[in-house]
Design a protein around this ligand. Structure first.
Ligand code: RUB
Length: 349
């Protein structure tokens, strides 16, 4: 079976976090699937389906805590399978074109959802609200930009987000949008929380219980918000709901390489990628030789959980494209907006 180069390249980029954040990953995966279909040399539509199934599996395995990518790929596969079954006489080319149209429609829907979330999210921020944010989320950036456009002039503090410093990307984008922005280390959260009117985070996954899975540190921030009676909001598309948790499956939690913690954070040095994210090379210019450059000492186990799980009771609301959603309702709302569990069957030939 032919393997699409574009899929393997994207898989490597996602693993290396050159493409990061749930929405970007889901969108890129969908685009790669469309491109793989266009480049395919498959002779029959069922052969093409098998190739796409393998491509989807390769992409899904890159980051286990990304149901938005899984949902998007599964919807595209379900569409492909339905097309194969209902149009047995159509050609590979026709299927590939139909899939492209389907995927583009999904991407447009994702764009519309974020615009709507930005509108609903901005409505939750008072004039001059002080917002504390964590990690990098295209969705929270959209909310804050929208609030700025509406003349609400939020003041935002971004937590740096160890170990890979995605908070710096958020800080850069907000500052470029003319928003009054500060950057602080993660451990300053306990000091900064008392100045915040609202804490705003994104989501990688939302479980059947309404719990939020997001960048490591989110749970601590939610606990702090609760203790200080600060509103804790999560801006997320319903597509981030993981339908597999409905059957009691625990959301898998990605554990990343220890070198990210002990060694250099990839966002720690200035050098731009095509996505605007900073890179840091292992011994890049200006890197001081020090503890970071030494190997991890024998006997030391360095932990690097990428995500944590915030219980629904600590979340004031999810800001979704369907409106402001109480955590306990999210699975219901998401279930009615999409089909749920995926069908990944092989075609019987
Ligand atoms: C990114 C992260 C973001 C969510 C939401 O983690 O936790 O908060 O993915 O982002 P990582 P978006 O950098 O490890 O991918 O709102 O853009 O989907």
């Amino acid at each position: 079976m032919a393997k699409a180069r574009i899929v393997s390249e994207l898989a490597a980029d996602i693993k290396a976090l050159k493409v990061q954040g749930a929405r970007r990953i889901a969108r890129a995966a969908l685009e790669a699937l469309t491109a793989a279909a266009q480049e395919s040399k498959a002779k029959t539509t069922s052969e093409l389906y098998d190739e796409l199934l393998a491509a989807a599996r390769e992409l899904e395995q890159t980051r286990p805590t990304e149901p938005m990518m899984r949902n998007a790929l599964e919807d595209a596969l379900r569409y492909t399978l339905a097309f194969c079954r209902s149009h047995p006489a159509r050609s590979v080319r026709e299927l590939s074109r139909a899939l492209q149209a389907h995927d583009q429609q999904m991407l447009r829907q994702m764009d519309r959802s974020v615009e709507t979330i930005a509108r609903y999210g901005a409505a939750e921020l008072g004039d001059g609200a002080h917002v504390l944010v964590h990690c990098h989320s295209t969705t929270i950036v959209a909310v804050l930009r929208r609030a700025q456009e509406e003349g609400k002039h939020p003041t935002v503090t971004c937590l740096e987000t160890r170990p890979l410093f995605q908070g710096r990307l958020t800080a850069r984008q907000l500052a470029e949008a003319g928003i009054e922005t500060s950057l602080a280390v993660d451990s300053a959260a306990g000091t900064l929380i008392s100045k915040a009117d609202v804490v705003l985070v994104g989501a990688d996954a939302i479980t059947a219980e309404g719990d939020l899975v997001n960048k490591i540190g989110t749970h601590t921030l939610a606990q702090l918000s609760f203790a200080h009676a600060v509103r804790f909001l999560c801006a997320a598309e319903l597509y981030k709901y993981d339908p597999l948790t409905r059957w009691g499956r625990a959301e898998p939690m990605e554990e990343r390489d220890a070198g990210e913690v002990w060694g250099d954070g990839r966002y720690a040095r200035e050098s731009r990628t095509e996505t605007g994210i900073n890179h840091r090379s292992k011994h890049g210019s200006g890197t001081k030789q020090g503890e970071d450059d030494l190997p991890i000492p024998d006997g030391l186990r360095v932990l690097n959980p990428a995500f944590d799980r915030t219980p629904a009771r600590l979340i004031s609301a999810y800001i979704t494209e369907a409106g402001l959603c109480p955590p306990a309702q999210l699975a219901l709302w998401a279930g009615s907006s999409r089909g749920g569990g995926a069908e990944k069957t092989k075609i019987n030939r």
